[in-house]
Ligand binder design. Structure first.
Ligand SMILES: Cc1ncc(COP(=O)(O)O)c(C=O)c1O
Length: 406
């Protein structure tokens, strides 16, 4: 613990306190495992908030990263590149959509989708200048930029960051009638997560997105799906919306698209909407750089070749089943889809954090959200034996906490 203490102290002294990390200092990883600086081994059930679907340091992705880094890394989009060409085609085909607009982080691509929706609204739907409305859901999480937090209903996310951007409306998640009621002639888009992540792993009722699709079509509103957390196999499907057999108008990907190596994100859409962007309308220096593209291409191949979506479906079902067998008065609900699982605890403020700190000491990494929901989202390469080990530690932790928590 001597070494950990030094790094924690340095971090707390020299970095802004916009996170509250668990007291562990990681230094290496492989697959579902990570090690701290004192060489203690942990099972990672957070996967960097689902950025790590392929497992830490996946050998194929590492090797592509090294090779591409030696060849060509960053060029800007002032020129064409072989890797960007291949990435665009492969990602569009993976999503079964037409076109890709690359970025370097989730929030950046959410911003891109917002701009795309507004521009489409003015130029194609012909709504009045500066009147565009975008509908979002309560408990949404789409990132931290000033515009994105303007559509958040979290007071902490918004407080003292104003003036905020106007043009957002909030409706309850999972209620298609509320969407129908909220739409006005100025509505350009409905921006929503297929399964809410930071909001507490909230799974909508079956058929919700089919109904949402019908409503968006009826009123000519773009359905913008934020699959930054749910995409890339996480929920048991390549993309979570395949569960309901629908297509969005605009799709946003990030996190695992970077193969657990680099920040890579994208907006994916259809030609007749994407073509509202003309040269000079939008862009970013690093978006679509050859190094990022090479890693993302390999990540897409690994996802397919290792059947990770299928694994997530099977093992997610198994994991949830085992969690449901745990008898503890501290468990309120187990819910999720694929390997995106929420364990909701009974108890007051801070119970989630106390659980995560206790299970950390037993060698399992996880993170609370919404105070009392433990998010269990391990790398999709996890095996049954590792799930059994995690369930055992979760059970032990809950039993120990039962004696202490009121
Ligand atoms: C659904 C969703 N959208 C957007 C984001 C923001 O992504 P980033 O942190 O890469 O900006 C996140 C991050 O947790 C997310 O879960």
């Amino acid at each position: 613990m001597i070494r950990s203490g030094k790094f924690i102290e340095q971090t707390e002294s020299f970095s802004a306190h916009n996170y509250h990390p668990l007291p562990v200092v990681l230094t290496r990883g492989s697959g579902v495992w990570v090690w701290d600086v004192d060489d203690k081994k942990y099972l990672d059930t957070l996967s960097a908030y689902s950025a790590q679907n392929f497992g830490h340091c996946h050998p194929r992705i590492v090797s592509v990263l090294i090779e591409q880094a030696k060849r060509l890394a960053v060029t800007s989009r002032a020129f064409y590149s072989d890797r960007f060409a291949e990435f665009s085609m492969k990602l569009a085909q993976f999503c079964q959509m037409d076109m890709v607009l690359p970025g370097s982080g989730g929030a950046e691509s959410v911003e891109t989708a917002i701009k795309l929706s507004r521009k489409w609204g003015y130029e194609r739907k012909r709504i009045r200048p500066n009147s565009a409305e975008i509908i979002m859901c309560s408990d949404n999480f789409h990132g931290r930029t000033t515009t994105i937090i303007s559509g958040s209903d979290s007071s902490q996310a918004r407080k003292n960051f104003g003036p905020l951007t106007s043009g957002f409306k909030i409706i309850p998640f999972g209620d298609p009638d509320a969407l129908g009621r909220a739409i006005t002639p100025n509505t350009v888009a409905f921006l929503v997560e297929p399964v809410q992540g930071e909001g507490g792993i909230n799974v909508p009722p079956d058929g919700y997105f089919q109904e949402v699709r019908r409503i968006c079509d009826r009123y000519r509103v773009l359905l913008v799906l934020d699959e930054i957390q749910t995409g890339m196999g996480r929920t048991g499907y390549d993309l979570a919306h395949f569960y309901e057999n629908i297509y969005p108008d605009v799709l946003i990907l990030g996190k695992a698209l970077g193969g657990g190596m680099l920040p890579v994100s994208a907006v994916v859409g259809w030609r007749h909407q994407m073509d509202v962007f003309r040269p000079g309308d939008h862009g970013s220096t690093f978006g679509g750089n050859p190094l990022a593209c090479a890693v993302a291409i390999e990540a897409l191949d690994v996802l397919r070749e290792e059947n990770l979506a299928e694994r997530a479906r099977d093992l997610g079902g198994y994991f949830m089943g085992e969690l449901k067998k745990i008898k503890s008065r501290l468990i309120k609900e187990v819910r999720g889809r694929g390997l995106m699982i929420g364990l909701e605890l009974n108890g007051g403020k801070g119970i989630g954090r106390r659980f995560c700190e206790a299970i950390l000491r037993k060698g399992v990494l996880c993170k609370d959200t919404k105070e009392n929901v433990i998010r269990l989202a391990p790398p999709l390469v996890i095996g049954k034996a590792e799930i059994d080990a995690a369930v055992l530690k979760i059970r032990e932790t809950l039993l120990e906490m039962e004696g202490i928590e009121q």
